[in-house]
Design a protein around this ligand. Sequence first.
Ligand SMILES: CC(C)(COP(=O)(O)OP(=O)(O)OC[C@H]1O[C@@H](n2cnc3c(N)ncnc32)[C@H](O)[C@@H]1OP(=O)(O)O)[C@@H](O)C(=O)NCCC(=O)NCCS
Length: 180
Amino acid sequence: MSDITICGPKRGDKGPLFEDAMKIRIPVFVEEQHVPTENERDSDDLRSLHWVAYEGATPVGTIRIVPPHEHRGYFKLGRLAALKEYRGRGVGRLLVEAAVEYARANPVEMGPIGSAGGVADGDWDGRCLVHAQTAVKGWWAGRGFVLDEGLGEWDEEGIMHVGMWMKIVENVPPTLQGKA
Ligand SMILES: CC(C)(COP(=O)(O)OP(=O)(O)OC[C@H]1O[C@@H](n2cnc3c(N)ncnc32)[C@H](O)[C@@H]1OP(=O)(O)O)[C@@H](O)C(=O)NCCC(=O)NCCS
């Protein structure tokens, strides 16, 4: 693997790291996958933790963690993308590893955050859900995520998705749950 550096996380939808994340998300999701621009950036960005992969000073990949909300115990990993010309070089794998390791080491920060950025009620139960594009469910399985057949398949922005889980922390101590 060449010199890929993972930076983050940074919470929120402002600042240089988030702008670099959008330099990946626009070409991949909007231009390549035809997600409408207005839907690509969403209200979850504000309360999410974002990472960006760089080769030198060039942003080449991104991922985000959307904290638990609406009283669900799990967080969502999403907006994973690597620029087309950088795929197959371990960028996606490094980004997932960075986010999972961060969650494992910082369970308090995985606590629920309200949509306005304040702390909300609820607990993180140690699980992570991915809404995986069906075309890359094998890729997520290779990262240790397990398909939830009960969730079925659904359409998001014209792209079929499945639900896949990873248990990141087996037992979140009750004293850590829900604190941030
Ligand atoms: C999905 C995506 C992020 C993967 O990123 P990437 O940097 O190309 O992936 P990596 O190079 O890290 O792949 C790592 C591993 O997955 C393996 N792999 C690649 N494609 C695979 C597939 N379709 N099924 C299973 N394994 C796959 C590689 O062989 C590699 O294995 P190794 O670690 O044992 O060597 C990238 O293809 C992408 O941006 N796609 C467009 C956006 C997208 O679909 N995002 C996902 C939304 S759910």
